[in-house]
Design a protein around this ligand. Structure first.
Ligand code: ADP
Length: 471
């Protein structure tokens, strides 16, 4: 009995120590995130698993090192074995919607076995969207995740070529299409169904039906991530997709030229009304790296992608250099992250992949089991929320601004607030409050700050914090 008690106390001690370690991608400590598993204490040795929700996390090794350091602070412990594992979190299914005429649209469902659906979009063609989709898929697979790619660019399918596939896809006895695997990624593309000699011209409604078939009529199997390479622009396929599956999020690819940036903005706006979280902007052909001296040259105007991400309050996921090897490897069916993993473009693709996977993990954590608001209004200098269970919260504008959770205001590793308490003008207020997916709102304040994404979970926590400080 005594022994059992001692064991239990020790497990709590271990959790207390581990709760000092944060996952910077999710902005929370690893104990409240539920990462700590299989704790075994047998002094002088403590062993535990840390199960991340994102295998591509750039913070993995640092989390492990910090956990070991924290555990070695326990009395009588001089060896800490921390085993890093991962289990990709799944995004929620869609919610039923009432259409303007009062008709009810059924809740969009993910294809069976698929945890997350990520759309790669662009405002116009030729910006490198398909190349980004291919390298993102392979880079995710390289971290151990199971990944598929759906080439929804039915007007100009290119994933077959990029993955070096020349065969045609087959169907099983139930007429379900079997994706073809290449470089560890399961692929389905119009290019795998037709031949060069018999191209098919797809018109709007046909293209939409085909997309639906690609989603529900393909044997995807168990996938952590299904990457969807969208056609450029904003057309029928995009609309069908956003209505028929609950997208985890979308990334927008642009190039640095002003015109491309403006068009990207249009593409971006397409996702807002349908509440698909835009996880960020990728700037392709951003700069040129000299192969002799490694110097970066910005051939076009610098920072276009970063500028629109700031203007629209959407994360900037990074830039990819222009590199002829990207073209060659794409044309020859071997994405550059496989062919030349150390090339600057490959390093950039992997960094972007880590950020995308972190954004997915964050969105999934925030949307798991949260109360959702029924109504959000502003009055008397407060943002008022009526929750689904009819309970109400009211947050003074200044308090919300001073609790902005964005990376500019909060240190990602320590969770400490970087900025001092701001003194705000008497007429300080939100200029807009926009939904982000089904888990958060993004507020643009009258002081111009707009990078804070306030998750519903976070708002509930803030309310509890404010009440505790009053008591
Ligand atoms: P999209 O899907 O936007 O139409 P693609 O991915 O097909 O664009 O790319 C268009 C062309 O640009 C292809 O020839 C591709 O190899 C090339 N390309 C893409 N990214 C880069 C890059 N970073 N550097 C050089 N060429 C690139």
């Amino acid at each position: 009995m005594l022994d059992a008690d001692a064991e239990m106390i020790k497990e709590q001690d271990v959790l207390d120590k581990l709760s000092a370690v944060r996952d910077p991608d999710l902005g929370r400590d690893i104990v409240s995130l539920g990462y700590a598993k299989n704790i075994r204490v047998c002094a002088p040795i403590v062993t535990c698993d840390i199960e991340l929700t994102n295998p591509a996390s750039g913070a993995k090794e640092r989390i492990k090192a910090e956990a070991i350091k924290a555990l070695l602070e326990l009395p009588e412990i001089d060896q800490a074995n921390v085993n890093l594992t991962w289990q990709v979190s799944a995004s929620p299914e869609g919610v039923q919607r009432t259409l303007p005429g009062g008709q009810v649209a059924p809740a969009p469902q993910k294809p069976a076995g698929v945890k997350n659906l990520l759309a790669v979009a662009s405002g116009k063609g030729g910006v490198g969207k398909s190349t980004v989709a291919a390298n993102l898929a392979v880079a995710l697979h390289q971290t151990g995740a199971s990944v598929g790619i759906l080439d929804a660019d039915v007007y100009g399918p290119s994933q077959g070529t990029m993955f070096g596939l020349h065969q045609r896809a087959e169907a099983d006895e139930n007429q379900r299409l079997i994706p073809i695997e290449s470089h560890g990624v399961r692929i389905m593309s119009m290019g795998l169904l037709t031949t060069k000699e018999t191209p098919v011209i797809w018109r709007g409604p046909m293209a939409s039906r085909l997309i639906q078939q690609f989603l529900s009529g393909v044997l995807w199997g168990e996938l952590d991530y299904l990457i969807i390479d969208l056609p450029p622009g904003t057309g029928d396929v995009q609309l069908t997709l956003t209505q028929s599956v609950p997208l985890t999020g979308a990334v927008i690819v642009t190039t640095p030229q002003d015109v491309a940036v403006t068009i990207a903005e249009k593409g971006l706006r397409m996702f807002q009304p349908v509440q698909v979280p835009v996880l960020g902007i990728i700037e392709n052909m951003s700069y040129f790296v000299c192969s002799h001296c490694d110097e970066k040259t910005h051939i076009f105007s610098k920072g276009g992608g970063e500028r629109i991400s700031q203007e629209l309050g959407i994360p900037f996921l990074g830039g990819i250099p222009i590199d002829p090897e990207v073209v060659r490897s794409g044309d020859e069916g071997e994405p550059i992250v496989v062919r030349q993993p150390d090339a600057p473009a490959s390093v950039a693709y992997r960094e972007i992949t880590a950020r995308v996977a972190a954004a997915v993990a964050r969105a999934n954590y925030e949307s798991a089991a949260v109360d959702r608001p029924k109504e959000i209004t502003e009055s008397d200098g407060k943002l008022k929320i009526v929750w689904a269970d009819d309970s109400e919260s009211a947050f003074p504008f200044g308090v919300l601004r001073n609790h902005c959770p964005c990376a500019v205001c909060v240190d990602e590793w320590t969770g400490k607030r970087k900025s001092l308490i701001l003194l705000l003008a008497a007429d300080f207020r939100p200029m807009s409050v926009e939904p982000v997916g089904n888990y958060a709102i993004q507020i643009t304040w009258s002081d111009g700050h707009n990078t804070g994404i306030y998750s519903f979970k976070g708002l509930k926590e803030l309310e509890r914090e404010l009440e505790a400080s009053k008591a």
